[in-house]
Design a protein around this ligand. Structure first.
Ligand code: ARG
Length: 465
């Protein structure tokens, strides 16, 4: 049981208490950030004359060695230490003796852990953003390929109006774009350095907080030491953004599961992304899409958990906050895994464009356009709606589409119809006459694709980091 404290204690910690309290099993995940923060801290202590140049250099060199020893597997992080901070400091002291004992000058584990978590999360915001961007790149490619692939658009899961596959995918493109913009916002807001806040009230040493903030790429130091050690807003914001990403992925998965079903057959998920049944030889199941949909629950759970943990904590640091880590790490890894697999799944998925357009043709998705035709010939919309309703009933009785009716049959119901009705209600003209920006018409879609290309060509990670 290696601990950083004990001077005022007369008894050993109970073993169960030690285990309950320890965080090494999970906070070892940010050993790199812990060492990076310690190196910045020590460089600053040296610059300020709080440590001598020799002490500073020796500590930095040894911290570097500890980092590479862990990376190379020469030094194992074991549960003999209470947390990652104790592990690093104890190893430093083992190697450097008394000089190592100076590492923690002007620092508390409270600002240390606040920094480690922030550094770790900040990096994960970038990794997540990159994965969302890769998904967007794939989506845009598919949108370009399918600007003329007609499919039914649905409301209430009932066929509504014809759209294109590009248009449907474009809806998700917008959602994931907003997800990236949320990640960007979080990055900008969280990018302030809590190191130097001490336990809660700063320190009496002449620390240069601007310097450490700058060394670690922060926009500046945080402005209130109590807030610095107590703030986990950025974790909550990140989990909220991750939950929204999962919500989007989950909706998309739900659609893919429906499209992949025997009844729809709009898509076929690749064998490499499907699984079989142990009993039913014919089965090919969309397990990956189902798992992504299912894992959404645990990411929401992490968000609820940390919101609840934080709600009753008085200022400043309290041990409750140690609970921010496991669920956050799990949520991050879950979302990254889901994004990568989802992108792989749609990259290998086959789109049955014939089935899609046949489905659009057989479901009265052109009924609105038939009514619009009558409106263009002077019939008030409400009456036109009623007339086309009767046409639909007529077709349902005969199991045909509106386009299958002869002109005489149409005229029987409404004499206004002429030969040009067939062109007006063809799937192609239904789609391509929808030309306002944001609509599925080919020209409108092409304009949007240009905008999206431009968007992908500029990465906030290059410009605003
Ligand atoms: N393991 C702790 C955490 O995750 C580190 C900070 C400990 N600070 C303290 N005052 N006990 O929050």
């Amino acid at each position: 049981m290696a601990q950083l404290w004990g001077g005022r204690f007369t008894k050993e910690t109970d073993r169960l208490v030690y285990n309950f309290n320890a965080s090494i099993s999970f906070d070892q995940k940010f050993y790199k950030q812990d060492i990076e923060g310690s190196i910045a801290h020590v460089c600053m202590l040296g610059k300020q004359g709080i440590l001598t140049k020799d002490e500073m250099e020796a500590i930095v060199k040894t911290l570097d060695e500890i980092r590479s020893d862990v990376e190379a597997g020469r030094l194992e992080i074991t549960d003999e230490y209470e947390d990652i901070h104790s592990f690093v400091e104890a190893n430093l002291i083992d190697r450097l003796g008394d000089t190592g004992k100076k590492l923690h000058t002007g620092r508390s584990r409270n600002d240390q852990v606040a920094l480690d978590m922030r550094l770790y999360t900040r990096l994960e915001v970038l990794y997540t953003d990159t994965l969302v961007k890769e998904l967007l790149e794939k989506l845009l490619k598919l949108m370009e390929e399918h600007a003329e692939t007609i499919m039914p658009g649905f409301t209430h899961l009932q066929k509504a109006q014809p759209i294109t596959l590009a248009h449907h995918l474009g809806a998700y493109f917008e959602m994931f774009k907003r997800d990236r913009s949320r990640l960007h916002d979080i990055y900008v807001r969280m990018n302030y350095c809590p190191l130097g806040a001490g336990a809660l009230a700063g320190t009496t040493y002449p620390l240069d907080r601007d310097y450490t903030a700058d060394l670690m790429g922060f926009a500046g130091p945080t402005l209130n030491s109590m807030d610095s050690v107590s703030d986990r807003d950025y974790v909550i914001e990140f989990l909220s953004a991750l939950s929204t990403i999962m919500m989007h992925l989950s909706r998309f998965c739900e659609e893919i599961i429906i499209w992949n079903s025997n009844e729809y057959q709009f898509v076929e998920i690749d064998d490499a992304y499907s699984t079989g049944s142990s009993i039913m030889p014919q089965k090919k199941n969309p397990d990956i899409a189902e798992l992504v949909r299912g894992k959404t629950g645990r990411v929401y759970g992490a968000l609820m958990s940390i919101l609840t943990t934080m709600k009753g904590i008085p200022l400043a640091y309290n041990k409750d906050m140690q609970e921010d880590k496991e669920l956050t790490f799990d949520a991050i890894d879950t979302v990254k895994g889901c994004l990568a697999l989802f992108t792989g799944m749609i990259s290998t998925m086959k789109f049955n464009t014939e089935k899609m357009s046949a489905s659009a043709r057989h479901g009265f998705t052109n009924a609105t356009d038939a009514a619009d035709y009558l409106v263009n010939h002077g019939i008030p919309f409400r009456d036109a709606h009623g007339i086309v309703g009767r046409i639909v009933l007529y077709c349902i009785d005969r199991d045909i589409a509106i386009d299958d009716m002869s002109l005489d049959e149409l005229k029987e119901i409404c004499p206004v119809f002429e030969e040009d009705i067939y062109d007006a209600i063809s799937m192609e003209s239904c789609v391509n006459r929808r030309l306002t920006i944001g609509a599925p018409g080919k020209e409108a879609m092409e304009q949007v694709i240009v905008v999206e290309k431009e968007y992908l060509a500029h990465d906030w990670q290059d410009e605003d980091k």
